[in-house]
Design a protein around this ligand. Structure first.
Ligand code: F6P
Length: 334
Protein backbone atom coordinates (compact mmCIF):
# COMPACT_ATOMS: atom_id res chain seq x y z
CA UNK A 1 0.00 0.00 0.00
CA UNK A 2 1.33 3.49 -0.74
CA UNK A 3 1.82 5.93 2.13
CA UNK A 4 -1.08 8.38 2.20
CA UNK A 5 0.98 11.48 1.44
CA UNK A 6 -0.42 14.81 2.46
CA UNK A 7 2.08 16.60 0.17
CA UNK A 8 1.00 20.23 0.07
CA UNK A 9 -2.53 19.40 1.11
CA UNK A 10 -4.32 17.56 3.86
CA UNK A 11 -4.34 13.81 4.12
CA UNK A 12 -6.95 12.15 1.92
CA UNK A 13 -9.49 10.05 3.78
CA UNK A 14 -12.79 10.82 2.10
CA UNK A 15 -13.23 11.08 -1.65
CA UNK A 16 -16.19 11.74 -3.92
CA UNK A 17 -16.66 10.36 -7.42
CA UNK A 18 -18.98 11.64 -10.11
CA UNK A 19 -19.63 11.40 -13.85
CA UNK A 20 -20.30 14.48 -15.94
CA UNK A 21 -20.93 15.53 -19.55
CA UNK A 22 -21.97 12.98 -22.16
CA UNK A 23 -22.11 9.43 -20.80
CA UNK A 24 -19.68 6.90 -22.23
CA UNK A 25 -19.67 3.09 -22.10
CA UNK A 26 -17.18 2.09 -19.40
CA UNK A 27 -18.04 4.89 -16.98
CA UNK A 28 -19.59 2.30 -14.64
CA UNK A 29 -16.44 0.21 -14.79
CA UNK A 30 -14.47 3.32 -13.81
CA UNK A 31 -16.81 4.08 -10.88
CA UNK A 32 -16.45 0.49 -9.72
CA UNK A 33 -12.64 0.68 -9.89
CA UNK A 34 -12.59 3.95 -7.94
CA UNK A 35 -14.86 2.58 -5.20
CA UNK A 36 -13.06 -0.75 -4.91
CA UNK A 37 -9.57 0.83 -4.93
CA UNK A 38 -10.61 3.39 -2.34
CA UNK A 39 -12.09 0.63 -0.19
CA UNK A 40 -8.86 -1.32 -0.53
CA UNK A 41 -6.97 1.71 0.76
CA UNK A 42 -9.45 2.26 3.64
CA UNK A 43 -10.90 5.47 2.27
CA UNK A 44 -14.54 6.52 2.53
CA UNK A 45 -16.15 7.00 -0.88
CA UNK A 46 -19.17 9.10 -1.80
CA UNK A 47 -21.02 9.13 -5.10
CA UNK A 48 -22.32 12.43 -6.41
CA UNK A 49 -25.38 12.02 -8.62
CA UNK A 50 -25.87 13.96 -11.88
CA UNK A 51 -22.40 15.46 -12.08
CA UNK A 52 -21.86 19.08 -11.10
CA UNK A 53 -25.62 19.59 -10.85
CA UNK A 54 -25.74 17.08 -8.02
CA UNK A 55 -22.67 18.64 -6.44
CA UNK A 56 -24.50 21.96 -6.34
CA UNK A 57 -27.74 20.38 -5.07
CA UNK A 58 -26.04 18.10 -2.56
CA UNK A 59 -27.09 14.79 -4.15
CA UNK A 60 -24.44 12.76 -2.38
CA UNK A 61 -24.53 9.16 -1.10
CA UNK A 62 -22.04 6.87 0.53
CA UNK A 63 -20.77 4.17 -1.85
CA UNK A 64 -19.65 0.83 -0.48
CA UNK A 65 -17.87 -2.02 -2.21
CA UNK A 66 -21.12 -3.91 -2.87
CA UNK A 67 -22.88 -0.87 -4.32
CA UNK A 68 -20.77 -1.22 -7.42
CA UNK A 69 -21.32 -4.96 -7.89
CA UNK A 70 -22.80 -6.05 -11.22
CA UNK A 71 -22.14 -2.79 -13.07
CA UNK A 72 -18.88 -3.42 -14.94
CA UNK A 73 -20.82 -4.71 -17.96
CA UNK A 74 -23.39 -1.90 -18.08
CA UNK A 75 -23.41 1.10 -20.39
CA UNK A 76 -24.45 4.55 -19.17
CA UNK A 77 -23.55 5.64 -15.65
CA UNK A 78 -25.14 4.49 -12.40
CA UNK A 79 -24.41 7.95 -10.95
CA UNK A 80 -26.21 9.64 -13.85
CA UNK A 81 -24.70 12.62 -15.56
CA UNK A 82 -25.50 16.16 -16.67
CA UNK A 83 -24.11 19.12 -18.53
CA UNK A 84 -24.25 21.84 -15.87
CA UNK A 85 -24.66 25.48 -16.80
CA UNK A 86 -24.84 26.45 -13.13
CA UNK A 87 -21.34 25.14 -12.44
CA UNK A 88 -20.09 27.65 -14.99
CA UNK A 89 -21.10 30.42 -12.57
CA UNK A 90 -19.23 31.50 -9.44
CA UNK A 91 -22.38 31.00 -7.32
CA UNK A 92 -22.82 27.48 -8.63
CA UNK A 93 -19.25 26.55 -7.82
CA UNK A 94 -19.57 28.12 -4.36
CA UNK A 95 -22.63 25.93 -3.64
CA UNK A 96 -20.75 22.89 -4.93
CA UNK A 97 -17.86 23.71 -2.59
CA UNK A 98 -20.27 23.96 0.33
CA UNK A 99 -21.66 20.50 -0.49
CA UNK A 100 -18.16 19.04 -0.48
CA UNK A 101 -17.35 20.78 2.82
CA UNK A 102 -20.59 19.53 4.38
CA UNK A 103 -19.58 15.95 3.56
CA UNK A 104 -16.00 16.54 4.61
CA UNK A 105 -14.71 15.53 1.16
CA UNK A 106 -10.92 15.74 0.80
CA UNK A 107 -10.72 15.13 -2.97
CA UNK A 108 -12.92 14.47 -5.99
CA UNK A 109 -12.59 12.01 -8.85
CA UNK A 110 -14.21 13.47 -11.97
CA UNK A 111 -15.06 11.10 -14.81
CA UNK A 112 -15.83 12.97 -18.00
CA UNK A 113 -14.50 14.89 -20.96
CA UNK A 114 -13.35 18.34 -21.91
CA UNK A 115 -16.22 20.28 -20.31
CA UNK A 116 -15.94 18.28 -17.09
CA UNK A 117 -12.23 19.01 -16.74
CA UNK A 118 -12.66 22.66 -17.69
CA UNK A 119 -15.03 22.94 -14.70
CA UNK A 120 -12.66 20.99 -12.45
CA UNK A 121 -9.74 23.15 -13.49
CA UNK A 122 -11.55 26.39 -12.66
CA UNK A 123 -12.84 24.96 -9.37
CA UNK A 124 -9.37 23.85 -8.32
CA UNK A 125 -8.05 27.37 -8.81
CA UNK A 126 -10.79 28.82 -6.62
CA UNK A 127 -11.07 26.24 -3.83
CA UNK A 128 -8.75 24.00 -1.85
CA UNK A 129 -10.33 20.64 -2.68
CA UNK A 130 -8.20 18.80 -5.25
CA UNK A 131 -9.62 16.98 -8.27
CA UNK A 132 -8.30 14.13 -10.32
CA UNK A 133 -9.76 13.39 -13.74
CA UNK A 134 -10.55 10.13 -15.52
CA UNK A 135 -11.06 10.59 -19.28
CA UNK A 136 -14.55 9.31 -20.06
CA UNK A 137 -15.90 10.41 -23.43
CA UNK A 138 -16.62 8.60 -26.67
CA UNK A 139 -14.90 11.44 -28.56
CA UNK A 140 -11.29 10.49 -27.61
CA UNK A 141 -10.40 14.19 -27.82
CA UNK A 142 -8.34 14.56 -24.63
CA UNK A 143 -4.60 15.09 -24.63
CA UNK A 144 -2.69 12.92 -22.14
CA UNK A 145 -4.22 9.56 -22.97
CA UNK A 146 -4.09 7.42 -26.09
CA UNK A 147 -7.70 6.39 -25.58
CA UNK A 148 -10.61 7.77 -23.59
CA UNK A 149 -13.11 5.45 -21.94
CA UNK A 150 -16.01 4.74 -24.30
CA UNK A 151 -14.24 5.46 -27.56
CA UNK A 152 -13.53 1.84 -28.41
CA UNK A 153 -17.13 0.77 -27.74
CA UNK A 154 -18.57 3.69 -29.71
CA UNK A 155 -16.38 2.97 -32.71
CA UNK A 156 -17.32 -0.71 -32.62
CA UNK A 157 -21.00 0.24 -32.53
CA UNK A 158 -20.53 2.65 -35.43
CA UNK A 159 -18.64 0.06 -37.48
CA UNK A 160 -21.38 -2.50 -36.89
CA UNK A 161 -23.98 0.02 -38.05
CA UNK A 162 -21.96 0.87 -41.16
CA UNK A 163 -21.56 -2.83 -41.97
CA UNK A 164 -25.34 -3.11 -42.02
CA UNK A 165 -25.73 -0.02 -44.18
CA UNK A 166 -23.07 -1.41 -46.51
CA UNK A 167 -25.23 -4.47 -47.23
CA UNK A 168 -28.21 -2.44 -48.36
CA UNK A 169 -26.14 0.28 -50.04
CA UNK A 170 -24.28 -2.34 -52.05
CA UNK A 171 -27.46 -4.18 -53.01
CA UNK A 172 -29.07 -0.99 -54.33
CA UNK A 173 -25.94 0.73 -55.66
CA UNK A 174 -26.40 3.75 -53.45
CA UNK A 175 -24.19 6.56 -52.21
CA UNK A 176 -24.58 6.86 -48.43
CA UNK A 177 -23.44 9.67 -46.14
CA UNK A 178 -23.24 8.21 -42.64
CA UNK A 179 -22.86 10.61 -39.75
CA UNK A 180 -21.07 9.60 -36.56
CA UNK A 181 -20.57 11.62 -33.37
CA UNK A 182 -17.70 14.00 -32.69
CA UNK A 183 -18.71 17.63 -32.33
CA UNK A 184 -15.16 18.89 -32.48
CA UNK A 185 -13.14 15.86 -33.41
CA UNK A 186 -12.87 13.23 -36.10
CA UNK A 187 -11.43 10.32 -34.10
CA UNK A 188 -14.66 8.30 -34.24
CA UNK A 189 -15.17 9.09 -37.92
CA UNK A 190 -11.64 8.26 -39.02
CA UNK A 191 -11.48 4.98 -37.12
CA UNK A 192 -14.97 4.04 -38.29
CA UNK A 193 -14.01 4.80 -41.89
CA UNK A 194 -10.94 2.58 -41.73
CA UNK A 195 -12.70 -0.17 -39.77
CA UNK A 196 -15.65 -0.29 -42.13
CA UNK A 197 -13.68 0.18 -45.35
CA UNK A 198 -15.57 3.35 -46.31
CA UNK A 199 -14.61 5.28 -49.43
CA UNK A 200 -14.19 8.74 -47.86
CA UNK A 201 -14.29 10.50 -44.54
CA UNK A 202 -15.09 14.12 -43.65
CA UNK A 203 -13.64 15.32 -40.33
CA UNK A 204 -13.26 18.72 -38.66
CA UNK A 205 -9.46 18.45 -38.51
CA UNK A 206 -9.00 18.23 -42.28
CA UNK A 207 -10.63 20.62 -44.65
CA UNK A 208 -11.66 18.57 -47.66
CA UNK A 209 -13.59 20.73 -50.15
CA UNK A 210 -16.87 19.11 -51.21
CA UNK A 211 -15.85 19.69 -54.85
CA UNK A 212 -12.93 17.31 -54.33
CA UNK A 213 -15.28 14.61 -53.05
CA UNK A 214 -17.72 15.26 -55.90
CA UNK A 215 -14.91 14.95 -58.46
CA UNK A 216 -13.79 11.62 -57.08
CA UNK A 217 -17.38 10.36 -56.98
CA UNK A 218 -17.78 11.33 -60.65
CA UNK A 219 -14.64 9.35 -61.45
CA UNK A 220 -16.15 6.38 -59.63
CA UNK A 221 -19.34 6.69 -61.60
CA UNK A 222 -17.31 6.55 -64.82
CA UNK A 223 -15.96 3.23 -63.59
CA UNK A 224 -19.57 2.09 -63.04
CA UNK A 225 -19.12 2.24 -59.26
CA UNK A 226 -22.32 3.73 -57.89
CA UNK A 227 -22.12 2.17 -54.44
CA UNK A 228 -20.13 4.34 -52.06
CA UNK A 229 -19.92 5.07 -48.32
CA UNK A 230 -18.80 8.39 -46.88
CA UNK A 231 -18.32 8.68 -43.10
CA UNK A 232 -19.14 12.16 -41.85
CA UNK A 233 -18.00 13.44 -38.44
CA UNK A 234 -20.71 15.49 -36.73
CA UNK A 235 -18.34 18.48 -36.50
CA UNK A 236 -17.18 18.52 -40.14
CA UNK A 237 -17.36 21.88 -41.90
CA UNK A 238 -19.96 21.06 -44.56
CA UNK A 239 -22.99 20.43 -42.32
CA UNK A 240 -24.71 17.29 -41.16
CA UNK A 241 -25.14 14.18 -43.30
CA UNK A 242 -28.56 15.31 -44.51
CA UNK A 243 -27.29 18.75 -45.54
CA UNK A 244 -24.31 17.26 -47.34
CA UNK A 245 -26.56 14.84 -49.20
CA UNK A 246 -28.72 17.82 -50.27
CA UNK A 247 -25.65 19.76 -51.44
CA UNK A 248 -24.17 16.99 -53.56
CA UNK A 249 -27.37 15.46 -54.97
CA UNK A 250 -27.86 18.00 -57.81
CA UNK A 251 -24.22 17.55 -58.87
CA UNK A 252 -24.27 13.77 -58.79
CA UNK A 253 -27.49 12.90 -60.62
CA UNK A 254 -26.06 9.47 -61.57
CA UNK A 255 -26.11 8.47 -57.86
CA UNK A 256 -29.01 7.46 -55.63
CA UNK A 257 -27.98 9.54 -52.59
CA UNK A 258 -29.04 8.59 -49.05
CA UNK A 259 -27.94 9.49 -45.56
CA UNK A 260 -28.03 7.98 -42.06
CA UNK A 261 -27.27 9.64 -38.74
CA UNK A 262 -26.18 6.98 -36.24
CA UNK A 263 -26.49 9.44 -33.34
CA UNK A 264 -26.87 8.37 -29.71
CA UNK A 265 -26.82 4.66 -30.56
CA UNK A 266 -23.05 5.15 -30.33
CA UNK A 267 -23.22 6.27 -26.72
CA UNK A 268 -25.15 3.33 -25.28
CA UNK A 269 -24.59 -0.36 -24.89
CA UNK A 270 -22.28 -2.66 -22.98
CA UNK A 271 -18.67 -1.48 -22.92
CA UNK A 272 -16.13 -3.46 -24.91
CA UNK A 273 -13.55 -5.45 -22.97
CA UNK A 274 -10.96 -2.84 -24.00
CA UNK A 275 -13.03 -0.08 -22.37
CA UNK A 276 -13.65 -2.15 -19.21
CA UNK A 277 -9.93 -2.79 -18.77
CA UNK A 278 -9.05 0.83 -19.56
CA UNK A 279 -11.67 2.10 -17.10
CA UNK A 280 -10.46 -0.30 -14.41
CA UNK A 281 -6.84 0.79 -14.83
CA UNK A 282 -7.71 4.48 -14.83
CA UNK A 283 -10.07 4.16 -11.85
CA UNK A 284 -7.28 2.55 -9.88
CA UNK A 285 -4.73 5.10 -11.14
CA UNK A 286 -6.93 8.01 -10.05
CA UNK A 287 -7.20 6.89 -6.43
CA UNK A 288 -3.62 5.67 -6.30
CA UNK A 289 -2.45 8.96 -7.79
CA UNK A 290 -4.36 11.00 -5.23
CA UNK A 291 -2.76 9.03 -2.41
CA UNK A 292 0.66 9.59 -3.94
CA UNK A 293 0.14 13.35 -4.08
CA UNK A 294 -1.21 13.91 -7.60
CA UNK A 295 -3.45 16.98 -7.65
CA UNK A 296 -5.61 18.53 -10.39
CA UNK A 297 -4.37 16.18 -13.07
CA UNK A 298 -5.97 13.66 -15.40
CA UNK A 299 -4.94 10.02 -15.22
CA UNK A 300 -4.31 8.62 -18.69
CA UNK A 301 -2.55 5.80 -20.46
CA UNK A 302 0.11 6.62 -23.03
CA UNK A 303 2.05 3.78 -24.66
CA UNK A 304 0.50 1.41 -22.13
CA UNK A 305 1.87 3.37 -19.14
CA UNK A 306 -0.14 5.38 -16.61
CA UNK A 307 0.63 9.09 -16.88
CA UNK A 308 -0.76 12.13 -15.06
CA UNK A 309 -1.32 15.26 -17.13
CA UNK A 310 -2.29 18.62 -15.58
CA UNK A 311 -6.00 19.29 -16.25
CA UNK A 312 -5.06 22.53 -17.98
CA UNK A 313 -2.88 20.67 -20.50
CA UNK A 314 -5.41 17.85 -20.98
CA UNK A 315 -8.11 20.31 -22.07
CA UNK A 316 -6.02 22.93 -23.86
CA UNK A 317 -3.47 20.88 -25.79
CA UNK A 318 -4.61 19.78 -29.22
CA UNK A 319 -4.53 15.98 -29.36
CA UNK A 320 -4.23 16.03 -33.11
CA UNK A 321 -5.54 13.46 -35.50
CA UNK A 322 -3.12 10.77 -36.60
CA UNK A 323 -1.95 11.76 -40.13
CA UNK A 324 -0.79 8.22 -40.75
CA UNK A 325 -4.37 6.98 -40.23
CA UNK A 326 -5.75 9.70 -42.52
CA UNK A 327 -3.31 8.72 -45.20
CA UNK A 328 -4.16 5.05 -44.70
CA UNK A 329 -7.88 5.73 -45.07
CA UNK A 330 -7.21 7.41 -48.43
CA UNK A 331 -4.84 4.78 -49.75
CA UNK A 332 -7.01 1.82 -48.82
CA UNK A 333 -10.08 3.38 -50.41
CA UNK A 334 -8.62 3.48 -53.96
O1 F6P B 1 -19.04 14.53 -26.16
C1 F6P B 1 -19.66 13.34 -26.48
C2 F6P B 1 -20.76 13.57 -27.47
O2 F6P B 1 -21.38 12.33 -27.73
C3 F6P B 1 -20.36 14.23 -28.78
O3 F6P B 1 -19.77 13.36 -29.71
C4 F6P B 1 -21.65 14.79 -29.25
O4 F6P B 1 -21.47 15.87 -30.10
C5 F6P B 1 -22.30 15.23 -27.96
O5 F6P B 1 -21.75 14.43 -26.94
C6 F6P B 1 -23.79 15.12 -27.94
O6 F6P B 1 -24.24 15.59 -26.71
P1 F6P B 1 -25.73 15.50 -26.18
O7 F6P B 1 -26.03 14.06 -25.92
O8 F6P B 1 -25.74 16.32 -24.95
O9 F6P B 1 -26.56 16.03 -27.28
Amino acid sequence: MPIKKATNQKEIKRIAVFTSGGDAPGMNAAIRAVVRTATYYDLHVFGIHEGYEGMIDSKVDRLERRDVANIIQRGGTMLKTARSMRFMTQEGRQSAYETLLAHDIDACVAIGGNGTFTGANIFSQEFDIPFIGIPGTIDNDLFGTDRTIGFDTAVNTAVEAVDRIRDTADSHNRLFFIEVMGRHSGFIALNTAIGSGAGSVLIPEKDMPLEELIDSLRMNAKRQKLFYLVIVAEGNKHGNASQIAEKVRPKLEMYDVKFTIIGHLQRGGAPSCFDRVLASRLGFAAVDGLLKGERNVMAGIVNNKIVYTPLEAAIKTEKGINDELLNLAEILAI
